[in-house]
Design a protein around this ligand. Structure first.
Ligand SMILES: Nc1ncnc2c1ncn2[C@@H]1O[C@H](COP(=O)(O)OP(=O)(O)OP(=O)(O)O)[C@@H](O)[C@H]1O
Length: 280
């Protein structure tokens, strides 16, 4: 895998909230045991994050609350601005382009054609007052589709893939259970056939049996469609089930990364060891 060109290459991504001061701008003064500066209050949500996502793999990002996982996802999906950093997509339309530096129009294009996103809270990914198939159509229209018949056909196929009964396609997701809402979000995220899918804590808050069904669905989609995914979770059990490789974050930094099996069997970092032992 190492000799391959990554599909997505993130280099030295930093995101901070606050201007920083003489104290925290000096890396020697910044304790690694927290993600904020005690002098000026600046929060360092992501610090020097570099990672590769290869074609067809699921990359897990795990860490406790506040470790910077969602901040990383929001930056990658252009939901929020990085402070500094680079990201490259192996796509002929964007060769050599640091995507963070593109215009907002081009970023929108990438979100519509190259990326899919599934949020923890379905309210962020779905219009609750649109029908389920209408939500899928919204993404298809954003990606340039205009033919109503085609959109309905694609919508039905996607709802079938995520196991939402097609006879319920006209219902609004607000009338669905949490697990069904996540399924509609997944269908919507897949609608433009993206090479990259981001999933942010998608099973958090669901009942265990519903969680297991949604995780099965994600695994099946990855196998059938070969989509590359970055999956964020605070729950190592979720990462164990889904991810080929895993990144462990703490206080905005990557403290360990490697094959998921390797991390689970032989964690080297102290914090990762705690995470792994908590599974036992
Ligand atoms: N807009 C913001 N302004 C200030 N601080 C922020 C902002 N967004 C995130 N942070 C801070 O950045 C740090 C990382 O937050 P983030 O949400 O990425 O963590 P997380 O690992 O996803 O945790 P959780 O799973 O609880 O969301 C936290 O200290 C958080 O308070």
């Amino acid at each position: 895998m190492k000799d391959e060109q990554p599909l997505l290459a993130v280099r030295n991504l930093n995101q901070q909230f606050g201007p920083g001061c003489n104290n925290c701008k000096n890396p020697d003064n910044r304790a690694l045991s927290k993600n904020y500066c005690e002098v000026c209050g600046t929060v360092y949500a992501c610090r020097n994050i570099s990672l590769d996502l290869f074609a067809g793999e699921i990359l897990g990002v795990v860490g406790e609350s506040g470790s910077g996982k969602s901040s990383l996802m929001k930056c990658l999906y252009f939901d929020s601005e990085v402070t500094t950093g680079e990201v490259y997509l192996d796509d002929e339309e964007f060769i050599g382009d640091n995507l963070f530096e593109l215009s907002s129009q081009k970023k929108r294009y990438i979100r519509n054609y190259k990326y899919g996103m599934v949020y923890q809270n379905p309210v962020h990914g779905l219009k609750m007052n649109f029908s389920s198939i209408g939500n899928i159509a919204e993404k298809l229209i954003a990606a340039g589709n205009r033919h109503v018949g085609n959109m309905e056909e694609i919508g039905k196929r996607l709802l079938d893939i995520v196991q939402i009964p097609v006879f319920r396609m006209k219902e609004e997701p607000r009338n669905f259970s949490g697990g069904m809402q996540q399924r509609v979000q997944i269908a919507k995220a897949l609608s433009n056939n993206p090479p990259v899918l981001f999933l942010d804590e998608v099973t958090t808050g669901l009942d265990l049996s519903v969680q297991a069904d949604v995780l099965d669905l994600i695994k099946r989609i990855q196998r059938e469609f070969g989509i590359s995914m970055i999956v964020v979770s605070h729950d190592l059990a979720v990462i164990r089930m889904l991810a080929d490789r895993t990144i462990v974050m703490l206080n905005g930094e990557i403290v360990e990364q490697g094959l998921t099996d390797q991390i689970l069997e032989d964690p080297t970092d102290k914090y990762t060891q705690q995470l792994v032992y908590s599974l036992l």
